[in-house]
Design a protein around this ligand. Structure first.
Ligand code: ADP
Ligand code: MG
Length: 273
């Protein structure tokens, strides 16, 4: 596996969307104003500060995150562990800007991202963040290769994609080779094993050259052996590509594979994060 493949993805991702908003103007630069005793670390790749999130269930408000702060440095592999219902997925969705906190702030590369306008948020996710989930979320009608190409179609729009499709298909193939799936390019998801589907989802998450991978229970639906292979792959991507990984799990044995674990208990981080 060559780190050039991944570096190439990152470079081409940088050069994509030339006509779209310039990357330097993607992120706003409001001065940090985080409440509470946790000062945001603007040198960190990812920093969450005093996050609060509740859900409304009829007349009842369910507090899920109650002042969550954490810091993740570039190249770290961090696990977030906690019981089912402790708010792990909610936290990951906030970090991925898929949902907004009720209070608190999130910074990526020192720039505030929790309050971005939706077009910038989409751009941020497409360029810098990758996500994988417990149930893979592959598109069932597309082949493995087409699933991996899908984010590039979004990134380059139809005409841009058509103009570069040979090169983009080659990048997608290289990544599928990297995750050990070059023999399954034309298979549909239903023709793949769970471990293979997760590897396809990892290739899809990486094809735009993200710097941060957010993983929600990535081995939660896999048998022990396949889960171990996915973890080994994530560790390898982290070590060889310097890919920052934040991985949510309820399994202590999996969490221990990371450099550092953060424990979520009833919507709060236990100890310092
Ligand atoms: P975890 O991933 O740690 O299992 P979640 O973040 O999914 O926990 O959920 C935390 C709590 O928030 C749970 O009690 C869950 O029922 C509740 N919850 C999650 N999403 C919603 C929602 N959209 N509406 C109402 N309650 C929700
Ligand atoms: Mg969850």
């Amino acid at each position: 596996m060559s780190s050039q493949v991944f570096q190439k993805q990152r470079r081409s991702a940088r050069h994509a969307n030339v006509a779209a908003a310039d990357a330097d103007h993607l992120l706003n630069d409001l001065a940090p104003s985080c409440a509470g005793s946790f000062a945001p670390d603007l040198d960190a790749q990812l920093c969450a500060c005093a996050l609060e999130k509740s859900y409304q269930k009829g007349p009842v408000e369910i507090p899920v995150l109650q002042g969550v702060s954490l810091t993740v440095r570039e190249g770290e592999m961090v696990s977030i562990i906690g019981k089912s219902g402790s708010g792990k997925s909610t936290l990951l969705h906030l970090l991925a800007t898929l949902d907004a906190p009720d209070a608190g702030e999130i910074y990526f590369d020192g720039q505030r991202i929790d309050n971005l306008a939706s077009a910038y948020r989409d751009e941020l996710r497409n360029r810098y963040l990758g996500m994988i989930f417990q149930f893979y979320h592959l598109l069932p009608e597309l082949t493995t290769l087409e699933n991996v190409l899908a984010p590039l179609m979004i990134q380059h729009n139809v005409w841009g994609f058509m103009g570069r499709r040979r090169q983009l298909r080659e990048s997608a193939r290289e990544l599928l080779d990297l995750v050990g799936l070059s023999h399954r390019l034309r298979h549909k998801p239903r023709e793949l094993s769970g471990g293979e589907m997760q590897r396809a989802a990892i290739a899809r998450a990486l094809v735009t050259g993200p710097r941060l991978l957010l993983a929600d229970e990535p081995t939660g639906n896999l048998d022990f052996g396949s889960g171990r292979e996915i973890l080994d792959l994530l560790r390898r991507l982290n070590a060889e590509q310097n890919l920052t990984i934040v991985m949510v799990t309820h399994d202590l044995a999996i969490a221990e594979q990371a450099d550092r674990s953060i424990r979520l208990v009833q919507g709060r981080i236990e100890g310092a994060a």
